[in-house]
Write a protein that binds this ligand. Sequence first.
Ligand code: BG6
Ligand code: MG
Length: 245
Amino acid sequence: MGKLERRLIRAFIFDLDGVVVDTAKLHFDAWKRLASEIGIDFSEKDNERLKGVSRMKSMEILLEIGGMNFSRATVAQLAEQKNQWYVELVDNMNEGDILPGVVDFIEELSSLRIKTAIASASKNACLVLKQIGLKEAFDVVVDGTMTRHAKPDPEIFLLSSGKLQVPPELCIVFEDAIAGIEAAHQAGMIAVGVGNEGDLESADATINGFEGLNTRVLSLILAEKRHIDVGLWKEGDDAQKKTYR
Ligand code: BG6
Ligand code: MG
């Protein structure tokens, strides 16, 4: 085995939808309702193309699937309608909708004084975090209201790294969408896929979810898969010293 690349990680950045909470189903239900309203046949497979993508880009993809064209004003109205239905569904969410193992993992990071951020394309990210009781759980929240360029553009991750005051190469991103993995890589970050390994081949490592995960297990997975030797930064460390916990 060649020499491992060493990094002392100082922050973890989480995508929200599909990583911290399973809102993908709710987005799908709202898009499906809109699709049937305007006469588009929309399947769960089609919905995969909308994951991680901004609301307006999703709207474009939906109309492309249906081979339909509307004026800009109508497209905006349709997107607004979908959002209203989505927000109604979000109103029924609670702590029980947090994906298994997420809270334990965040608590471990917090106890180690490792910084955390949410980086979500969603303009509803704060609402969702409030519903599931995690609004105060992260050091930084960057959402779709703060960025101009959607993933796979690295803007959202670079903004998160700036707000966290941690260089990109010392951040690990968790993402369930290919566009998000690409955005993290373009930002110079390590990207861990959450989901199916086959669907997220470009990720540095893939996990099925957070159940049973801790930082030591994650560092073993990264070392094995991509030869990245991940330690965790702790107060008092200088940039060169590697520390395992
Ligand atoms: C992403 C979701 O996080 O946010 C997408 O994966 C969604 O499915 C996008 O379309 C935008 O969300 P919102 O809440 O601003 O419409
Ligand atoms: Mg996602």
